[in-house]
Design a protein around this ligand. Sequence first.
Ligand code: ATP
Ligand code: MG
Length: 325
Amino acid sequence: MSTTTTPVTADAEPHIHCEDMVRIFSTEGVEVQALQGLNLRVDAGEMVALIGASGSGKSTLLTILSGLDTPTAGSVRVAGHDLLAMKRAERVQYQRHTVGFVWQQASSNLLPYLSAVENVCLPMAITGRAGRLERADQLLRVLDIEHCRDRTPAQMSGGEQQRAAIAVAIANSPTVILADEPTGELDEATSADVLEAMRSVNEELGITTLIVTHDPSVSEHVRRAVQMRDGRCSTEVLRRTETDEAGEESHIAEEFAVIDRVGRMQLPQDFMSTLGLRERVRLGLEPDHVRVSPATPAADAKAGAEAADSADDKDAAPNNQEDRK
Ligand SMILES: Nc1ncnc2c1ncn2[C@@H]1O[C@H](COP(=O)(O)OP(=O)(O)OP(=O)(O)O)[C@@H](O)[C@H]1O
Ligand SMILES: [Mg+2]
């Protein structure tokens, strides 16, 4: 472990900062609250996996961060841009220069009638960047797909297409890359290649990376995985490697609940069902922790025991990550 005491000169503001973000969709008189007061801070250069059940709001969040949609309420700032206050011209600049995206369907990321090198040149042609061909060739090399230079997407494998999509996404040197299930359509080995490509882009170019995934092999290989539930960030798993005196490395994963600035947090479902917590709970401030207990201990303990008997072993408990594996 480093012993340096040099203070971290991080920006006071995180690179991605969402506060109390709400997105309500209204279709035919029915309202869906896709994001329900989401809070998220991501520092510059971080790589974060976003996981969560279908419908938990992951794509809604990414679409807002990409500047294609705006939240109904709350605030969101990315690389100093206030995404709610942005006018059309700033939005266009933001999409061209600040963020790059990679979507799940390779076909949404690349134009089918252009070769790989032409696809990578295209966003740079739109912004009028000089030295396009040299940069496109360099990016194809970095992503290890030089051999696909003159092939169209149909002549490339799914993994090669997604690596080309990453090259397209970073062509204009964005500071943030957003990927919505970029490995969703790929087999395990190819997913690993694409993930590795995302990781090297993050590490070597320092691009802040947010990647939505259902794939545990992705979330287990990033330092920070944020779990979304019901339109909010509910828990986070932070991973680190420690080396003991004998030089043995151990990988430590700790799960934390996310608490917002006014003190709201989500209790894991299995905690609630095991102890029969619902509607009202008792809070107690202990010297080093907060106690949450059923409002009526005797009755709720009974209900909790019954619920626990029938509960599926669904969500893993915070701080109990080892049990999950
Ligand atoms: N354009 C839209 N109009 C109406 N409802 C929408 C729209 N987009 C998303 N929703 C709803 O918002 C909720 C969150 O959707 P979202 O696509 O963000 O989920 P997700 O976490 O990406 O799910 P998945 O893992 O299946 O991709 C869902 O209930 C969805 O039906
Ligand atoms: Mg989605």
